[in-house]
Design a protein around this ligand. Structure first.
Ligand code: 4AD
Ligand code: MG
Length: 432
């Protein structure tokens, strides 16, 4: 009878029945007449037992040459074994070697990060990296589900754009036939147009920033999910973002315990992520930082260290709102109580992770937006379409953006964003 091809993750359903496993060798040891093959297939790991008496001399000899990362298909019968990692073992009846890997460069020892990053295409195969990728996938799926279930329409925004969204100093410029184009820093401006068409939208795509920052939080290319809501104000999107983060974290806890355990994530820190989140005005945040000895001047932007300190002060994300307009983007709605402040917010993840969400309320008045564009020295021509949104049924609206890699770093408890995206683009790293 032909045996079914089975994923290791489902092995418990196949105990006692002949199955085929397709995968790679992670470890191999031998004790005379028995060989122990640790196999991975992308879904999990399983120990396969090859004994000479079952498979015969020839196959046993072939198996003896299997090295780390060699590829193979084995047929066998799974059996429960409480001592086995994962709780099951496979008694091999047939074994087919596909390719013998030679000198796999990543050995089960400590390599430096530079070496691992140079071999990122192979490093992805490790238990730790596959666990992170699975959690990343889970987070992305749950981001989409969150907005889909609440009546948002997904709108894809362009990557080639004629104008800046988040300041002109971090633009990647490229030739677009006879014109200059910039890679999108954010889909927000287009999201605003779409919100006037559909009411509630989100965009979700890659974004690009030529940031000369070599920190554990910065990538040149990262993914951002950005909801935008017509008729919403600052308080509405603070509440939306709060609910969003709670639902995402709870979702990962629901389905990704195994991966969190591989990463040795302290899940009690994630279980503490419940509403309400503390809300802190920028002014209070500065006072708090200064009381803790930080040198930030009132009106100044938070440095990386300031964010770390603020985010260590709470056991859940903290919402910092109403920053000085002078240090924020041109499109932010001024606070009616103090025009020097912007109706904006950042959400800082706990445990020192810092900003994961930025957003707020957008200017909906034509004349005010024009004034701000001019103050920021931006081209009125390039923003003509964006200004026009304020001419036809303009309404208050608000939204936010969450950087996926920063959220993944926080939820996984990994300390650098370079491990949270398959192939990170960083300052001085474009390879592989
Ligand atoms: O705070 P930012 O710049 O806000 C915006 O882009 C708004 N247009 C979003 C909106 O309101 N629709 O970026 C939003 C988030 C940050 O909080 C951070 O999580 C992430 O994007 N981010 C980065 N992640 C990795 N590397 C970088 N260089 C990042 N820059 C921003
Ligand atoms: Mg920001």
């Amino acid at each position: 009878m032909a045996s079914s091809i089975v994923s290791i993750v489902n092995i418990s359903q196949w105990v006692g029945q002949a199955v085929k496993i397709q995968g790679w060798v992670t470890r191999h040891r031998s004790s005379g007449k028995v060989q122990f093959l640790m196999m991975r297939d992308g879904s999990g790991e399983l120990q396969a037992i090859v004994s000479k008496s079952t498979v015969g001399e020839e196959v046993f000899e072939q198996a003896a040459h299997l090295t780390q990362e060699s590829s193979l298909v084995v047929t066998g019968i799974p059996r429960a074994d409480s001592r086995a990692p994962g709780g099951y073992e496979l008694d091999v009846t047939e074994l087919h070697v596909i390719q013998i890997a030679q000198d796999y460069p990543i050995q089960p020892k400590d390599h430096g990060t530079g070496f691992l990053m140079d071999h990122r295409h192979l490093w992805l195969r490790s238990r730790r990296q596959t666990a992170i990728l699975k959690i990343r996938h889970e987070i992305i799926k749950r981001c989409r589900a969150f907005f889909d279930e609440r009546g948002f329409t997904l709108v894809d925004t362009p990557i080639f754009t004629p104008n800046a969204c988040e300041g002109t100093t971090t633009l990647f410029q490229t030739q677009y036939f006879e014109e200059i184009a910039y890679l999108a820093q954010s889909g927000q401006l287009y999201g605003e147009a779409a919100a006037m068409a559909l009411g509630k939208i989100y965009c979700f795509g890659p974004t690009f920033r030529a940031e000369k920052s070599k920190t554990r939080r910065h990538l040149m290319e990262f993914w951002m999910v950005e909801p935008e809501v017509a008729f919403a104000e600052l308080a509405d999107v603070m509440g939306l973002a709060e609910e969003f983060l709670v639902v995402i974290v709870q979702g990962v806890l629901e389905t990704r315990r195994t991966e969190l355990a591989i990463l040795e994530r302290d899940v009690s820190n994630l279980e503490a992520i419940v509403a309400p989140f503390p809300r802190l005005s920028y002014e209070d945040a500065v006072a708090m930082l200064r009381a803790k000895g930080a040198t930030i001047e009132p009106g100044g932007d938070f440095g990386s260290e300031d964010e770390t300190v603020l985010s260590q002060a709470f056991d859940r994300p903290v919402i910092v709102h109403r920053y000085p307009a002078a240090i924020k983007a041109f499109y932010m709605q001024p606070d009616p109580l103090n025009a020097n402040l912007a109706l904006c917010m950042d959400i800082l993840a706990p445990e020192g992770y810092g900003e994961i969400i930025g957003g707020g309320q957008r200017i909906h008045d034509y004349d005010l937006l024009l004034t701000k564009l001019r103050e920021h020295g931006l081209s009125e021509e390039a923003f003509q379409w964006y200004l026009e949104l304020r001419k036809y049924g303009s309404v208050p609206h608000a939204g936010f953006g969450m950087g996926i890699e920063r959220a993944v770093a926080w939820i996984c408890g990994v300390d650098h964003v370079r491990e949270t995206i398959p192939f990170p683009r960083m300052l001085y790293r474009l390879y592989p």
